[in-house]
Ligand binder design. Structure first.
Ligand code: 8X3
Length: 247
């Protein structure tokens, strides 16, 4: 099950897990886009189920998970990918509604999905939770404030879950991407595509597929191997705060 599967890292994971031969459950808010992706993957022979809900809507998420057909109920891998950044204002001038959306999606949505899916993994003593964190959770950067805090929370929640399931065979991974060229910056800059594009110039950024490769690797590692955390950066990004751009 991949949340936020309609674009970016989530879509990369949908394609790569499907290529890997896994049945995939794709969730997202955009039903039309989910249907297009379902068709694309089904034509390539994958088994795909789509669920339209917003991870912020706990009641709807619960309803969708409880209504899963019997043959789709045993979820072995949960990729908690749904998340976003909104705005780059200084913390003291930030938009409170944006904070709510980021906190409700990146932290509370991830928790909701964990709460709904992990009990079944514990019962079966089998499963893997892959949370999409960020280099932003390791160190704050200018204008990142609340977004960075949500990704620091993802790090703490991933570590906490790993501790809580350590007596089971369930594995827990924190994937921490740096600069990935997706719709992420368009959303963050509220549709200012020129500004978003500038962020990815002078450097070859990562793609959603690059991150998905690591997710598939982690989930296929031998059962005694737990890839606890991976920081994935473009070659010319050294940290959250240092990117070397070439003309
Ligand atoms: C996305 C990466 O560096 O824009 O989490 O925060 S960054």
């Amino acid at each position: 099950m991949i949340t936020g599967a309609t674009s970016g890292i989530g879509l990369g994971c949908a394609r790569k897990f499907a290529e890997n031969g896994d049945k995939v459950i794709l969730t997202g808010r955009n039903g039309g886009r989910l249907e297009e992706i379902r068709k694309e993957l089904t034509e390539k022979g994958a088994q795909v189920l789509t669920l339209v809900f917003d991870v912020r809507d706990r009641a709807e998420a619960t309803r969708c998970i409880n209504a899963l057909p019997a043959e789709w109920r045993e979820i072995d891998v949960l990729v908690n990918n749904a998340g976003l950044a909104l705005g780059v204002e200084p913390e003291y001038e930030g938009c409170c509604d944006d904070w709510d959306v980021m906190i409700d999606t990146n932290i509370k949505g991830l928790l909701t999905m964990t709460r709904l899916i992990v009990p079944g993994m514990i019962e079966r003593n089998r499963g893997h939770v892959i949370n999409v964190g960020s280099v932003a959770g390791d160190a704050a950067y200018a204008g990142g404030n609340v977004y960075c805090a949500t990704k620091a929370a993802v790090k703490a929640l991933t570590d906490g879950l790993r501790i809580d399931v350590a007596d089971t065979a369930v594995r827990v991974t924190n994937l921490k991407p740096g600069l990935v060229e997706t719709n992420f910056s368009n959303i963050r800059f509220r549709g200012d595509t020129a500004r978003a594009k500038k962020l990815y110039t002078g450097i070859e950024p990562l793609t959603g597929d690059d991150i998905a490769d690591v997710a598939v690797y982690a989930s296929n590692a031998p059962k005694h191997v737990q890839i606890a955390e991976v920081l994935i950066l473009a070659t010319h990004q050294a940290s959250a705060n240092l990117i070397v751009r070439k003309e």
